[in-house]
Ligand binder design. Structure first.
Ligand SMILES: [Zn+2]
Length: 508
């Protein structure tokens, strides 16, 4: 079976291929808004994207991947991801965070970008910019966003309001709502009078017209808009437009000319995000991108379902969210979980299934990960690795199952069940260790949950006994015996390091 992926656009599984049938997959992923710590819900999405990337690269098809993930460091309004469109709460998250922390918005984004990168590393998430791709900042792409906005105005899809804001006119884009399955009628009906329509329509033509550019001289992060159509007042971009700009800039040739050439845009192979991005973020990305290029924005759209925490939807506003450091520091059930335990947790379920994050399921994930880690360790240290002659070869069947699961819309839980089966069926006498070892490395190039450099020190019982005798001798101030025992232990290949009132044994 070849790789099938569930495409949000068609709402069914489709055989995956690149737009130009080449071996290079161009992926764009909506990245973090770095005004606060990213929580485990955010990371479950980035782990999913990482698994997709690793599978394309290291799975049977051996694609090369060009991955772009943006960092949002300006202009993400609270209203942008609020389904209820509560315009009263419409304020830039960076300005709120910087007021609270008494730092300027640039300091805020710098601080949280670093934390994000550190967490990514701990989670074994490949950094796009270190692997042939890019992780651009929104603030480094303002001119590109402005070029798109100007073109949208020229094409009749956008307009400048009385207050000098620039909006996308959804009534001009008949496809609006098709992607998320929401029609403008449904959207309006869903509001149930919760918003002040009259107030809203003072500045824009239709309720669901979204901001491309917000003119606001009082905003801390602000830019001019060099164009005859504007008065020269400063402002900042809307959130959605940045993803169109960065995907066009880094995954096609649009901006490789003196004057941007939108006819050079090449449909993206895959666009990823969380299910919460489907509307309005991705609906808006499609409208503004296709409004400017006239061609389809992305061929495949993959969305990770959001996770629950103890049965409840997680949100920063509710305060029921955990960061990676929280898990490491024992904030969940007083148990210290590693970032890789969390990676394991996310991969134990399918990315499109709803998972409930609880202490129990995390404990389970930790145990499973340790079992896999120990199994790897055991095979790695096995003397049978030298044996090349195989007695029976069930492994090929396991391998086929493993890849069949992953080819079926990245069924990670199914693929893991194959690994568990290999572990259960392991027989050290059948001489398959080298094949198993190679396969485990193959598995880990995709799942990345094993620490392959870990050196487990198993201290033999007799060494522990000798060190206990030595500790006793020291307590009784019998230093001759204590030194004798130390030498004996050293001759057996171990070194004792004395700590305050205990000791540590290290293998030489
Ligand atoms: Zn985006």
């Amino acid at each position: 079976m070849s790789l099938q992926l569930y495409n949000t656009k068609s709402r069914k599984k489709e055989k995956f291929k690149t737009v130009d049938n080449s071996n290079t997959v161009r992926i764009y992923s909506c990245g973090p808004t770095v005004y606060d710590f990213a929580h485990i819900g955010n990371f479950s999405m980035y782990i999913f994207t990482d698994l997709l990337r690793r599978y394309l690269e290291n799975g049977p098809d051996k694609f090369s991947v060009k991955h772009v993930m943006n960092i949002t460091d300006v202009g993400h309004l609270k209203v942008d991801d609020d389904e209820n469109y509560d315009f009263a709460a419409s304020e830039d998250k960076f300005e709120i965070a910087s007021r609270k922390a008494n730092l300027n918005p640039w300091e805020i984004s710098k601080k949280y970008t670093q934390v994000f990168l550190d967490d990514m590393k701990k989670l074994n998430i490949l950094n796009p910019s270190e692997n042939n791709g890019f992780m651009p900042l929104a603030t480094d792409n303002i001119r590109e966003m402005q070029a798109i906005i100007l073109k949208l105005i020229k094409n009749g899809y956008a307009y400048i309001s009385n207050q000098e804001n620039i909006y996308f006119d959804v009534s001009k884009f008949p496809k609006y709502g098709e992607f998320s399955g929401k029609t403008l009628k449904d959207l309006e009906a869903g509001k149930g009078g919760r918003i002040d329509v009259e107030e809203l329509l003072k500045d824009k033509k239709n309720i669901f017209d979204f901001s491309l550019w917000i003119t606001d001289e009082s905003h801390i992060m602000k830019w001019d808009f060099p164009s005859a159509i504007k008065s020269g007042k400063f402002g900042y971009p809307g959130w959605h437009i940045e993803c169109s700009a960065m995907s066009m800039r880094f995954l096609s040739d649009v901006f490789n000319y003196k004057i941007p050439d939108f006819s050079k845009f090449k449909t993206l192979d895959i666009h990823t995000g969380g299910e919460d991005h489907i509307f309005p973020h991705h609906e808006d990305e499609i409208a503004q991108s296709e409004g400017v290029t006239g061609i389809e924005f992305s061929n495949f759209w993959l969305h990770r379902k959001h996770i629950l925490v103890n049965g409840e939807k997680m949100s920063k506003s509710k305060g029921n969210f955990f960061t990676i450091s929280d898990l490491e520091n024992g904030k969940l059930g007083n148990i210290k979980f590693s970032a890789l335990d969390f990676r394991m947790w996310t991969l134990l379920g399918h990315y499109r299934s709803q998972r409930d994050f609880t202490l129990e399921t995390m404990k389970e994930a930790k145990i499973i990960r340790e079992r896999v880690q120990n199994f790897y360790q055991k095979i790695k240290e096995s003397k049978n690795l030298e044996i090349k002659q195989l007695k029976e070869n069930k492994l090929e069947i396991f391998k086929e199952d493993f890849y069949n699961y992953l080819n079926d819309d990245l069924n990670t839980s199914g693929a893991l069940s194959v690994i568990f089966e290999i572990m259960e069926n392991y027989n050290e006498n059948n001489g398959n260790d080298l094949k198993i070892f190679n396969f485990l490395n193959e598995f880990n190039s995709i799942f990345a949950i094993i620490d392959i450099n870990k050196k487990e020190i198993e201290i033999p019982k007799e060494i522990i006994e000798l060190t206990n005798q030595r500790l006793e001798a020291k307590k009784n101030k019998n230093f001759t015996l204590s030194d004798e025992l130390r030498n004996k232990i050293e001759n057996l290949g171990y070194i004792i390091k004395d700590t305050k009132d205990n000791y540590e044994i290290i293998k030489k």
